[in-house]
Ligand binder design. Structure first.
Ligand SMILES: *Cc1c(COP(=O)(O)O)cnc(C)c1O
Length: 381
């Protein structure tokens, strides 16, 4: 095979998505540019109302990033310096960074190896008198098992802040992620399944006080301009980004369905390949496949990455280091073996609503071929 002749298949290609809505994007952006209104105006208002209606929540507040949504969400839920925030060690650093940045302490519960999400069965034991928030992360677009999480939270009267950065439109027992806990934190970073043309984020909640505090914190701690009550942030969603996101919000269900269709095809084909573990999709959940992440059980991951690269196929390891092993959390004494195992074995493949069928076939064929070569080689735990 001459791989030089074949086009590259990047892990993420946003261009076809943008092309498919080009006219609507241009009309929306022009409307904003001509309006002269760029920060917290009618587009942000409309986007907030549209997301709230979509998810079935009372309040949605547009912010500067998903990281800010976590920081502001935690503060709005009353988390203070010295408090503990319980979450998963197998996530993007921002989940724990949010707690650290307000002087709180991230504490962890290991993941369920079947879902790669926080293991709800272990949650109760990890709660202490200092635990003041729980952050379940709907990793890669798969909703956490929310019922037992919400039960533990209710029993100990601890608020739940869902990290929905990777799961816009995902559902668990018919309820949207971001509508199940006290609050939800969303990211509209361009690579997310609902992504802007820059940074953006959002807090969702049904609690009017949490909504009010979030609005105050995003605007320098002031409800009334120039009457600042607390130290807040400059964390506003721009009008241009909101206008772009409104166009994409109208497509999100179709795009998530496209991701699911591509994921189903991978799962059908790759579940037959020895040594490859395909993502789980537990009952009662709708996974939106922000990432399609396999685990390499007997095939050495580095080798697979290298062989796919030679075929022009881009992959990524989300995430190579669990949070408790990061230098910034070097004083963390606990170990979380399932998260460590996952970090050593996961591999995310190209996926998206516009992934061409022929490209996907090339990925499937390449994995089949490379794992065939490597079959029988075992990897140390
Ligand atoms: C992307 C991401 C964030 C942070 O969002 P930004 O908008 O990049 O600040 C937080 N948590 C998770 C799980 C993410 O994937």
């Amino acid at each position: 095979m001459n791989s030089q002749a074949k086009p590259e298949i990047p892990i993420l290609d946003l261009k076809p998505e943008t092309e498919s809505i080009w006219k609507d994007l241009m009309a929306s952006m022009e409307r904003v540019m001509r309006s002269g209104h760029f920060i917290l105006g009618p587009e942000v208002d409309a986007f907030e109302k549209e997301v709230a209606a979509f998810l079935g929540v009372k309040h949605a507040i547009g912010l500067n990033s998903g990281t800010d949504a976590l920081v502001i969400g935690l503060r709005a839920l009353g988390v203070k310096p010295g408090d503990e925030v319980l979450s998963t060690p197998f996530t993007f650093f921002a989940t724990a960074e949010a707690a650290l940045s307000i002087g709180a302490k991230p504490t962890f519960v290991d993941i369920d190896p079947a879902t790669l999400n926080i293991d709800a069965r272990k949650l109760g034991k990890a709660v202490t008198s200092k635990t003041k928030a729980i952050i379940p992360v709907h990793l890669f677009g798969l909703p956490c098992e929310m019922d037992p999480i919400l039960e533990v939270a209710a029993e100990h009267q601890i608020p739940v802040l869902e990290d929905v950065a990777q799961a816009f439109g995902a559902t668990h027992r018919g309820r949207y992620c971001g509508a199940m806990g006290e609050a939800g934190a969303f990211s509209f970073f361009p690579s997310k399944n609902l992504g802007a043309f820059g940074d953006g984020g959002m807090v969702t909640t049904n609690d009017p006080e949490v909504a009010r505090t979030t609005r105050i914190l995003r605007a320098h701690g002031s409800e009334k301009k120039y009457h600042n009550e607390v130290v807040g942030y400059n964390s506003r969603l721009d009008e241009l980004q909101a206008a772009v996101l409104r166009v994409k919000l109208r497509k999100i269900e179709a795009w998530n369905a496209g991701r699911r269709a591509a994921a189903n095809r991978y799962t059908d084909e790759l579940s037959k390949v020895p040594g490859i573990v395909v993502p789980a999709e537990p009952k009662h959940t709708i996974h939106v496949y922000h990432q399609y992440t396999i685990r390499t059980n007997t095939v050495p991951r580095d080798k697979l990455v290298q062989l796919l690269k030679q075929e022009g196929i881009g992959t990524m390891v989300y995430y190579p280091v669990p949070l408790h092993k990061l230098p910034v959390l070097a004083n963390h004494k606990e170990s979380y073996p399932e998260s460590e195992k996952a970090a050593a074995r996961v591999l995310s493949l190209p996926i998206g609503p516009f992934l061409p069928s022929s490209s996907q076939q090339r990925v499937i064929d390449a994995i089949r071929a490379t794992t065939h070569v490597e079959a029988g080689t075992s990897v140390k735990q």
